[in-house]
Design a protein around this ligand. Structure first.
Ligand SMILES: Cc1cc2nc3c(=O)[nH]c(=O)nc-3n(C[C@H](O)[C@H](O)[C@H](O)COP(=O)(O)OP(=O)(O)OC[C@H]3O[C@@H](n4cnc5c(N)ncnc54)[C@H](O)[C@@H]3O)c2cc1C
Length: 526
């Protein structure tokens, strides 16, 4: 047995990530299990913390799971896994009730929950806490776990790779970010809840954690990745140089905000029956057409008619806009589409299992089949809750015996020393992101996609074999690996479907392309 790290510790379950996916999994696991939740950043830096609009569930007496199912499938543009959708819309209601019992302070008006409406939804079914719903759910879950459970939390730890023994998960390696000290944690169950990868783009609403680390690590360990070409761009993101960019929630359009061209003309009328409230990809497509036809490089969002009550519902956004010099009751707000949600990821089954025994994926790092080719607004927090519970149930049912003896045959090889200077790596990261924005963003053509591939190929072999020895380098290799498969799958999909718009193949082509693309490393079996 060779361990070249200083320390090692045995757990039953290691969860990587403390967004909704990681926290929900920890919450639903039985307390008798020894659980470690680790994260590279503090809890407030995650997509979950930034989630504004809310969480969808058909809890109103006028609504039904059937209607939520239909809206999700319609938004998914032919590629949703309908069994998964059914599970999420049904079980989602139970998970929401549990969150309410736990103390998540969803807004109420008198005795009823205040439900918002967002694009693609036939009913007002979005539970929310002002425009800071993700923060409300995540902080409630974490305080409960810290006060009532034995779950161990470790922040500031960078997860780099999964260790396997006899083809099964056996733990993870990584390093502390403050001193680069390496650590190995062993467990027969590893839950990847590391979120998405929208930081492969320069224009994104995601915080810097979203570099696809878990998806890349799972792929290196032999898990299938799926649907990587589907990256959802959000149409109403403040045009601004800051990162992450400020999202203006779709709930604003649910409250009557209008989309206008720079000449102050509405542009969704007559384009889609739901007009400004059409599903996101429809609005983004219209924007892409106008950008090409008219040369626009921004649009305007009109919220000037909002009542004080409306403004109260988006008070976080109103105050962030104020800090940037905009008063939403007086000013038209300049917006552009930006990368927002990563639909692809580690392919999972109904219990969040990947094809590698012991490796699970939950939340935005996973590709469960719920979203198809386009995610319906406010379905992702719900997915994290529903699959967190399903993964916890699956782990509880699987039994944990025999792991300690399997560990004795484990061999972990040393990682090379850090080779590059971060300044140089950052330059390359920026080149990659700019190319992804320009060539693999909201509108794609074969020539542009091929051009990025040649840049990516320069680093891809390293990215596949070598996952970096320092945060900047590790993230770069992870982003290269993810970008390679986004671009490759986008090249293969010679049609336009959901969020994937190919200007050279503008029609949807069910005869040839109504399928999912998946890939795994064929030689990662051991
Ligand atoms: C601005 C914004 C608004 C949104 N609004 C909504 C909304 O209203 N409703 C909705 O349903 N969805 C919304 N979404 C999408 C939703 O927030 C995310 O899809 C969801 O929160 C993802 O949760 P997660 O737990 O999978 O990942 P995250 O919340 O992103 O958490 C990822 C975790 O993994 C950790 N991590 C990542 N890499 C590593 C590593 N290498 N080592 C250790 N730790 C690592 C991170 O530190 C973090 O703790 C929004 C997203 C954004 C960006």
């Amino acid at each position: 047995m060779v361990f070249d790290f200083n320390e090692k510790e045995l757990f039953d379950v290691i969860i990587i990530g403390e967004g909704i996916a990681g926290l929900a999994t920890a919450y639903y696991l039985p307390d008798k299990l020894k659980v470690l939740v680790l994260s590279k950043a503090s809890q407030d830096i995650s997509n979950t913390w930034m989630a504004q609009g809310g969480i969808a569930a058909s809890i109103s007496k006028f609504d039904s799971p059937e209607s939520h199912f239909n809206d999700t499938v319609a938004a998914g543009d032919g590629l949703c896994d309908e069994t998964v959708v059914r599970v999420v819309v049904q079980e989602g209601r139970e998970r929401i009730v549990e969150m309410i019992q736990l103390g998540v302070p969803f807004e109420r008006i008198d005795d009823e929950f205040s439900l918002a409406r967002e694009g693609g939804h036939s009913f007002a079914r979005i539970l929310h806490y002002g425009d800071q719903t993700g923060k409300a759910i995540a902080s409630t879950l974490k305080s409960y776990l810290v006060s009532n459970r034995r779950v161990k939390f470790l922040e500031g730890f960078f997860f780099e790779q999964i260790i396997k023994s006899n083809g099964k998960a056996a733990g993870i390696t990584g390093y502390f970010l403050d001193n680069n000290k390496r650590f190995t944690f062993l467990a027969p169950n590893v839950v990847i809840a590391t979120g998405g990868a929208c930081h492969i783009y320069k224009s994104t609403t995601n915080p810097f954690t979203a570099t696809g680390d878990g998806i890349a690590a799972g792929f290196r360990a032999g898990a299938y990745i799926s649907d990587m070409e589907f990256v959802q761009f959000h149409p109403t993101v403040l045009k601004d140089e800051r990162s992450p960019m400020l999202l203006i929630t779709e709930a604003a359009r649910g409250m009557g905000a209008r989309l206008l061209t720079p000449e102050k003309e509405p542009f969704m009328e007559g384009y889609h029956i739901m007009e400004d409230l059409a599903p996101r990809f429809v609005v983004v497509r219209r924007m892409a057409e106008l950008m090409l036809d008219k040369g626009y490089d921004y649009f305007l969002l009109d919220m000037r008619h909002f009542s004080d009550e409306d403004v109260k519902n988006i008070s976080f956004i109103a105050s962030e806009l104020r800090k940037r010099g905009y008063d939403l009751k007086n000013d038209l707000i300049p917006v552009i589409p930006a990368a927002h949600y990563f639909i692809g990821g580690l392919k999972t089954d109904l219990y969040g299992r990947t094809n590698v025994p012991g490796i699970y994926a939950c939340g935005e790092a996973s590709c469960s089949g719920l979203h198809g080719a386009n995610r319906l607004a406010s379905n992702s927090l719900l997915e994290g809750l529903v699959f967190g519970k399903r993964i916890a149930d699956s782990i509880s049912a699987s039994g944990l015996s025999g792991f300690k003896s399997a560990v004795k045959d484990l061999e972990i090889t040393a990682r090379p020393e850090f080779r590059g200077k971060c300044d140089d790596v950052f330059k390359e990261i920026n080149v990659l992101k700019e190319k992804m924005d320009a060539r693999a963003g909201i509108a794609r053509v074969e020539e542009g996609l091929k051009e990025i591939l040649s840049f990516i190929e320069k680093y891809y072999y390293d990215a596949l074999e070598f996952c970096g020895t320092n945060k900047c380098e590790s993230e770069f290799y992870n982003m290269v690996l993810i970008s390679k498969w986004v671009v490759t799958m986008a090249l293969n999909r010679k049609e336009s479907r959901g969020v994937h718009l190919r200007l050279d193949y503008p029609q949807k082509n069910d005869d040839e392309f109504k399928f999912h693309q998946s890939i795994r490393r064929s030689y990662a079996d051991n």
